[in-house]
Ligand binder design. Structure first.
Ligand code: FES
Length: 124
């Protein structure tokens, strides 16, 4: 059996709009849910330093959510993402734990892409 060309594989990816880029201001987070392989996931997208990242809303320490509805995923000075359960801090750029009870565990990064003014989830 031959392997399909990579462009065919890429064309199978599904792009799902999350939020308008203009609505996601610096230091903001936005919760969203998606379905993949019949499983429901909660995730959040953030903007900081003009970068946009998205992570599963699941702390690697004990599985508590990082972002809550109507509450930012960032800590008070907006330099880190904060798990309010046991106060782990994560680098918003990489999702790497920088402080707290999960030093060898990172947030799970989600693939996103910007299409015109929309930030979109990429499901493959
Ligand atoms: S559940 Fe996040 S630090 Fe414990």
């Amino acid at each position: 059996m031959s392997t399909p060309p990579s462009s065919t594989v890429e064309s199978l990816a599904k792009v799902v709009p999350i939020i308008a880029s203009s609505e996601l201001q610096e230091g903001m987070s936005h919760l969203f849910t998606f379905i993949k392989d019949d499983e429901r996931y909660e995730a959040f997208v953030i903007r900081f330093g003009n970068k946009i990242r998205a992570y599963l809303n699941l702390c690697p320490h004990a599985g508590e959510p990082i972002a809550e509805k109507n509450q930012s995923a960032f800590n008070s000075d907006k330099r880190y993402l904060l798990c309010r359960e046991h106060f782990a801090l994560f680098d918003p750029d990489t999702g790497k734990c920088v402080s707290g009870p999960c030093p060898i565990a990172d947030l799970h990064k989600i693939s996103i892409v910007q299409q015109e003014d929309m930030i979109c989830l990429v499901l493959s």
